[in-house]
Design a protein around this ligand. Sequence first.
Ligand SMILES: *Cc1c(COP(=O)(O)O)cnc(C)c1O
Length: 361
Amino acid sequence: MTDIRPKPGILEIAPYVGGASTAEGVTEVVKLSSNENPFGPSEAAKEALRRSAHQLHRYPSTDHAALRRALGAVHDLDPERIICGAGSDEIIAFLCQAYAGAGDEVIHTEHGFAMYRISTLVAGATPVEVAETERRVDVDAILEACNFRTKLVFIANPANPTGTMIGTPELARLADGLPEHVLLVLDGAYAEYAEGYDGGAGLIAERENVVMTRTFSKLYGLGGLRIGWAYGPGHVIDVLNRVRGPFNLSQSQQVAAEAAVRDRDYARRCLSENVRLRRWLARALDKHGVPSDPSHANFLLARFSSVEEAEACEAHLRREGLLVRKVGGYRLPDCLRITVGDEASCRRVAHGIGQFMSPVE
Ligand SMILES: *Cc1c(COP(=O)(O)O)cnc(C)c1O
């Protein structure tokens, strides 16, 4: 027996379960469970990473100035108002640590990303789940859930695992309707995939209560390297920089990310393949009787007629070496989230689902 106990809240955290990457008895798997870029990182990013090996004895830059300059140039943002982290997960954690503690509430939505709840509990605050409407963020429901204890509101736009999004006028209505003491966090992990969407940068330019988080893990194919960033009002970036450790990003992370974001050509090619294959896959699933909401990201949320059917389909695909994501933990037990892979993977997963839905006698 011991009297050593963690802070309240910690034992309420169910450990995060990542997308499966192996299937029993199958050697060649196609991983469509973690929304990774099927084409991998840009050659320029890999080359920058290789070159960085010669400097591994040096401590990294503490202010990430070169990477922030590159992000500012590419996205037309003020580099002084950018902060970089070890994945956007780290920035989500900074936000919770800095703005929420015991007695405070942090809002996330019904099908919202798991890290919002986890980081809230780590900070000692209370997560509050708000209902969505037909798998879409409901601005009115969020506004109604706010009270004097609310400190942060997290929404992913486009959202994971639904792939749906709300428009900039709705986001503005949310930002402007929040109580004065609440900070709105727009998680833009998939912002690049949404045509014509700036991740909320325009809203931030005119407000003091909105911050956006972004990542190199999805479009830039660098999930394994852990790089994310945020853009926000000066007062928020200043606070987050106080929480951030000085060496939170290695030089290898910084130089690879800078090369990746500057390789616009490669990003454009990955994007256009995603649009083409996402459309193809959605139609193919639809033909097999599996509907999905229009997705603004690099995955589809396939809807089945029951929990049993979704689970059986997942098991069938797994036997075929096709790994997709079960999303029961996101209150969507009758759905499967399928990453848009390369063309061969899309064809294989469509074929597997077709086999499952209408087995040949
Ligand atoms: C993948 C994802 C992230 C990104 O996480 P990283 O820590 O940057 O790898 C953040 N939010 C959502 C909604 C995601 O799906």
